[in-house]
Structures are given as structure tokens and as C-alpha cells.
Design a protein around this ligand. Structure first.
Ligand code: RNT
Ligand code: ZN
Length: 419
């Protein structure tokens, strides 16, 4: 316990204020602590992985910036992640991509095996982390034109086999770590310009996905599918649109992944959560921050992020929404980027749990629009930060910006060695 008198006093006052609006902070905090956030490994090394770290990042996603200190090996990535983890309160998972395998000799993606991830599993066990997974259907010579929807059956088969291999690895994670692993399929397939045939590739994609999910593999992993509106170089068409995958997930009983950066700027991603939950048992989120054409800026404590957290809580769906982060920023300290985004997601969840839900619902039931609006607005100035500081301090995580010094000290110590 690192709770100073100042933090305790502020918390006691805040707790009383929340009690007045029917919120029990003592009940909220253990709940908050238990919500897992799956943190993306790829923030630590600009989505390079260890299959071919010098190769180009393709598939219409990009990291910009050349901040020094990128992790070059799995050991470096793990060491960096440990520093980040210590600054982030609450239950955490790590989200890996297939290219983060560890092997002495090159292994083609269609034949990767659980053994290539054995070191990750051992480390995850030691740190009480669940592992999630992703086939890597980009940054590869065979992904240049298309992957699961490629017109050439041989190329399609390569990617189907890759996804099947990934399902075995994801299942292995789930078995070993005792917590189901979510395996998310995202493919970059699309077109820069107006296609003459939009339905053919979509039908091929359905067929490929059906083959991937046909193999029964135990129930320690779950498959999710992630849609996207457009990518760099695929501005006019992506066959794996949100509509496509929503229908696919609903008819096949997979999870749907909603990436906050994959929609039109004026669409509310939060609003999609309740719709998806009406038709699917579970969903996956890639919490991210879209900025103009980029879908992957560091997550801030902004209105869209708070709205997402509110929807999860308001829908009573904490156990049905797998929260993952998806952003990659190479222009700032990468460990700090991890910490800032993950702390913000946790703060958004706290804000959502601290809402005066009963009062809000009562106002709505009475069609008391002014009352509901007043509650929403007054809630914004409630002393939630006192609750946050108490929460962090009581879990031995820095309550404020103190974490940055730790990250900077680590940076000073390790950066010179990574030139
Ligand atoms: C790309 C998707 C996808 C990737 C990661 C690296 O637009 O969001 O989730 O960001 O798989
Ligand atoms: Zn994503």
C-alpha cells in the first residue's frame, strides 16, 4: 500500500460525494481491477516482429517516426513491456502477432508451431498474463496483392494454412495459461481504386474463413474477425468491411472485432457495441484513436474512448467485451505510449463505473431529458481523479505522472545499448 495521507483524505471525501449519487466506490474499485485490458505487443517495435525485422511494414498500415530505442529482440520487447506493465494498474493481457515468433532458423508462416512461442508462454506464466493472438497477413511477399481472398487458390491456401496454424498456437496459449486466447483475423485485402468486381473477393473471403473456422480445436481460444473501412493503398474498397464481418460473425458465431479507427470519422464506435451484443455472444475491441487518415494514434482519455467504456458498462457487458488496444506510435518513447494508452483505457472504465446509473435510468424512464442531461454533465466534474489516485496507490502503481520518470530512467539506461 502506497496510500499517503493526502490521497486517503481526498479519496474519503470523493467516496462520500459518490455515495450521495448512489455510487459505492468500494464496490467499483475491485470491479475495475478485474477488467482485463489486452495490450498490443506491436507498439514496442513498430509492428516489425522477429521474422524479418528489417523488412517493410505493408498492408496499408504504417508507423511514422524514428524515435530511438525500438526493441529489436523478443527479450528486449519483454523487458520493455515489464517496465510498462509496472505503470499500468489492473489486470493485463498481452496481444501477440504471428511475426513475434522466436526461432533459430526461418519458419514459413503456414507452418509455425506452438514451440515458436514457448518462451512467450513461459514468461506470460511468470507475469500472470493471458495471451491473445493474431495471424500476420501482411508484411510478406505473398500478401502483396491479397491474402485470404486472393484469386490464386495456392496463395489463398497459404494464408488459410497460416490462420489454421495460428489457431493451434492460440489454443496452446489458452490451454497453457488457463484463460481463453482471443485470435483476431485482420487482412489488408482491398483496392486502391474502384473495383470492377466487389462480390467475387468477398465470396472467396467467406470460403476461406469458413475453412479456417471449420477445424474444431478445443475451446481455449476464440476467433474474431476485424473489419475496416479503408487502408493506405486500399482507399476505395476493403472486402472485409464492418458490414461484411458483422454478418459473418452473426451467422458463424465468431467474435466481431470493432477497431475504433476503422470507421468514418463521424460514426460512433461506441454505438455499435450494443448492436453487436444483440446478435453475438462476445465481441473484441481494438481501442485506438483515429486522426484524419490514420487509425492508430495513442489512445487518449477523449470522448470517443469514454463513450466506449460507458457502453460496455451500461450494456452490463463487461464479461462479453474483450478489450484490446491497437495503436503504434514510433515518434515518441514507445514504453510511454503503451503506458499512456493503457492508463487512459483504465481511466475511461473507471469513469464509466462511477456513473450514477440508477439516477440516469430513472430520468430516462420518466422521459426527463433535462434531468438526464444534467446528470451526464454534472458527472463530468465529480472527483473521479481522487478515486483514480487512491486506486493506483493502493495497487502500488504511480498515481500520477511519476511513472514517466521511471520510464525515462529506463530509457536512459537502455537506449545507448540499442544504437
Ligand atoms: C489494421 C488492424 C490490425 C492491426 C494489427 C497490427 O488496420 O487494425 O488490427 O493494427 O493487427
Ligand atoms: Zn485493429
Amino acid at each position: 500500500m502506497n496510500v499517503t495521507q493526502k490521497i486517503q483524505t481526498a479519496y474519503d471525501l470523493a467516496r462520500e460525494r459518490y455515495a450521495e449519487i448512489g455510487v459505492d466506490t468500494e464496490k467499483v474499485l475491485p470491479q475495475l481491477e478485474q477488467i482485463p485490458i489486452s495490450i498490443q505487443c506491436w507498439q514496442g517495435d513498430d509492428v516489425r516482429g522477429f521474422e524479418n525485422p528489417e523488412g517493410d511494414l505493408t498492408g496499408g498500415i504504417q508507423t511514422s517516426g524514428n524515435y530511438p530505442g525500438r526493441a529489436r529482440t523478443a527479450d528486449e520487447l519483454r523487458a520493455d513491456f515489464e517496465v510498462a506493465m509496472a505503470q499500468i494498474p489492473g489486470k493485463k493481457r498481452l496481444n501477440l502477432h504471428a511475426i513475434y515468433l522466436e526461432s533459430d532458423k526461418p519458419v514459413e508462416r503456414d507452418v509455425i508451431e506452438p514451440k515458436h512461442f514457448a518462451k512467450w508462454v513461459k514468461w506470460a506464466k511468470a507475469h500472470d498474463l493471458g495471451l491473445d493472438f493474431n495471424p500476420t497477413c501482411f508484411s510478406h511477399p505473398l500478401s502483396e496483392k491479397a491474402t485470404l481472398s486472393h484469386p490464386d487458390a495456392k496463395v489463398r491456401k497459404f494464408w488459410i494454412d497460416h490462420c489454421l496454424a495460428c489457431r493451434r498456437i492460440s489454443e496452446y496459449f489458452g490451454v497453457e495459461l488457463g484463460t481463453p486466447s482471443v485470435m483476431n483475423i485482420w487482412i489488408p485485402d482491398g483496392d486502391k481504386d474502384l473495383p470492377a468486381d466487389r462480390i467475387g473477393p468477398r465470396k472467396r473471403l467467406i470460403e476461406a474463413l469458413d475453412q479456417i473456422i471449420a477445424a474444431p480445436l478445443g475451446n481455449h481460444h476464440k476467433v474474431a474477425v476485424e473489419g475496416k473501412l479503408f487502408g493506405i493503398g486500399a482507399e476505395s474498397y476493403t472486402e472485409g468491411s464492418n458490414d461484411f464481418y458483422l454478418a459473418y460473425a452473426a451467422t458463424r458465431k465468431t467474435l466481431l472485432c470493432l477497431d475504433a479507427g476503422h470507421f468514418h470519422p463521424t460514426e460512433s464506435v461506441a454505438d455499435k457495441i450494443s448492436t453487436a451484443l444483440c446478435f453475438l455472444d462476445e465481441i473484441l475491441l481494438h481501442v485506438s484513436r483515429p486522426v484524419r487518415w490514420d487509425s492508430d494514434h495513442v489512445v487518449l482519455l477523449d470522448d470517443p474512448t469514454i463513450a466506449i467504456a460507458q457502453e460496455i458498462v451500461r450494456c452490463g457487458a463487461i464479461s462479453r467485451v474483450n478489450i484490446g488496444l491497437d495503436y503504434f506510435d514510433a515518434s515518441i518513447n514507445r514504453i510511454a505510449a503503451w503506458v499512456i494508452g493503457a492508463r487512459n483505457m483504465r481511466k475511461a472504465l473507471l469513469l464509466a463505473l462511477l456513473e450514477p446509473a440508477e439516477l440516469q435510468l430513472a430520468a430516462e424512464k420518466n422521459y426527463d431529458g433535462a434531468g438526464r442531461m444534467a446528470l451526464f454533465e454534472e458527472n463530468k466534474s465529480m472527483p473521479w481523479s481522487a478515486v483514480w489516485e487512491y486506486y493506483c496507490a493502493s495497487h502500488n502503481v504511480p498515481e500520477g505522472i511519476g511513472w514517466l520518470q521511471t520510464v525515462r530512467n529506463y530509457e536512459k539506461k537502455i537506449l545507448p545499448r540499442r544504437k
